[in-house]
Every structure is written in structure tokens, then in C-alpha cells.
Design a binder for this molecule. Structure first.
Ligand SMILES: [Zn+2]
Length: 232
């Protein structure tokens, strides 16, 4: 799909991203479920930290929203079809990803068939292992596969410590890659994955046609749309 066409499509849809969290959460009719998990504070005490909020935003579409200071560190989401689930991004670490899997299991016991990583940044791929272990196929733009275990070192300075190196080296890479686009069919549900320029050079948006009130598309925009800027 041409970039201009995608832009028009995005402008006509609901965007799920850091920017659009406010919209998703401000609708009182939505179902919300706050997840939390244990963390260690500066005194070494085990505490319950804020995790992320799961909000139903459309027909079988759920946004998992984490804040900048939450352990999840980013946003994710999942889509339920009649024969399986697609997960969009996996947070920063396996702890948050396990919580996301637990939240999905509150909604459905259908298999997790695919994970789509919107881009390589560690706060979007760090929990891939959890879903790979659950049987999912990891799917992403081809550039992501080359960058996931290399470019993520930069977040830890010029000489990352061994534990940080081990953290990045443990990231699960995509099983399948695409150049421009791929369509996923969850039974009778179409999910369109489209490559877009911006942010990293290996970004994708995930489009669910007519998922909002059966008339409006919903789009997971990853970090292409982020808080105060549209990085397209
Ligand atoms: Zn990013």
C-alpha cells in the first residue's frame, strides 16, 4: 500500500498509541483492568508496582497501556479472532509480558497465534520470549530482525554491562519477516500489517478494519504516533 494511502487511512481511523491513550481511556463505556506485578524498590523491598491498563477499544480489540514510569514502559495490545489471538508488541521485559498473557487469558483461551512487533526498540520486543514459549509465531518487518539484538545496546551506553548484554542477547527474533505488508486472517477476521517509514526505519502499523462499532478502523501505530508527535 502506498504511503499516502496509508496516511489517509490512518487519519480516518482510531489510532492506538501514546497519543491516543487519552481517548481510549476517557470512554467510560470501556472495560478496564489494571494489572500490576511485584518490583524491587531502592531499599530492596518487594513492592507492587504499577503495570499497565487493559482497555477494550473495539470488537475483540484491546489496548494495554503502560506509562513512562511503569514497568511495562510502553503500550501493547491484542486482537481476538474466532480461532486465535494476535499480540501487538510485548513490553520491555518478560515480567510485564507474562502479565499481558495473563490478561489475555482473562478474555480468551484461544491460542496466541502471532506476535507483531511494530519496531525493534526494547520496550516493544522485550517480552517476545513469553509468547514464543506459548506457541506464537513472531512477525515483523525484515529490518527489525537485523536490529533487535544489535541496535538495542545503544540504550545502555557505549559499553553495556554483562547483564544488559545478556538481556538484549536473549531477545527472541522474528520467525517470519515481510518487506512491505502482510495480511493475517484470524478465522474470519482480517488484520492488515503495513510497513511505514519513520521512527526507526523498520516500523509497521496494524490495521483492524471496521473494528470500532463495525464502521471505523482501529490502528495500532506503535511509536510512529507518540505522545506529542507523529513520527511519520
Ligand atoms: Zn520506539
Amino acid at each position: 500500500m502506498r504511503e499516502t494511502t496509508i496516511m489517509r487511512k490512518i487519519l480516518a481511523t482510531i489510532l492506538i498509541s501514546g497519543l491516543m491513550v487519552t481517548i481510549a481511556l476517557s470512554n467510560g463505556k470501556k472495560t478496564e483492568n489494571r494489572a500490576s506485578y511485584a518490583a524491587i524498590d531502592n531499599n530492596g523491598t518487594r513492592v507492587e508496582d504499577k503495570g499497565f491498563t487493559v482497555t477494550k477499544i473495539g470488537d475483540g480489540v484491546y489496548a494495554a497501556i503502560g506509562g513512562d514510569n511503569d514497568p511495562a514502559e510502553s503500550n501493547a495490545g491484542f486482537i481476538v479472532g474466532n480461532n486465535g489471538v494476535v499480540v501487538v508488541d510485548t513490553f520491555e521485559d518478560v515480567g510485564a509480558a507474562r502479565d499481558l498473557l495473563a490478561e489475555i487469558r482473562k478474555v480468551t483461551n484461544l491460542p496466541i497465534r502471532y506476535v507483531v512487533n511494530t519496531h525493534y526498540h526494547l520496550d516493544h520486543v522485550g517480552g517476545n520470549a513469553v509468547f514464543a514459549e506459548a506457541g506464537a509465531t513472531i512477525l515483523a518487518h525484515r529490518n527489525l530482525r537485523g536490529w533487535e539484538r544489535t541496535e538495542n545496546y545503544k540504550f545502555f551506553g557505549d559499553n553495556p554491562k554483562p547483564d544488559k548484554r545478556a538481556y538484549v542477547e536473549a531477545f527472541v527474533l522474528p520467525d517470519m519477516t515481510y518487506t512491505d505488508a502482510v495480511d493475517i486472517y484470524l478465522g474470519n477476521r482480517l488484520i492488515q500489517v503495513r510497513y511505514m517509514l519513520g521512527h526507526t526505519g523498520g516500523d509497521s502499523v496494524i490495521i483492524m478494519p471496521s473494528a470500532k462499532d463495525y464502521t471505523t478502523d482501529i490502528v495500532f501505530g506503535g511509536d510512529l504516533i507518540w505522545k506529542t508527535a507523529c513520527r511519520i
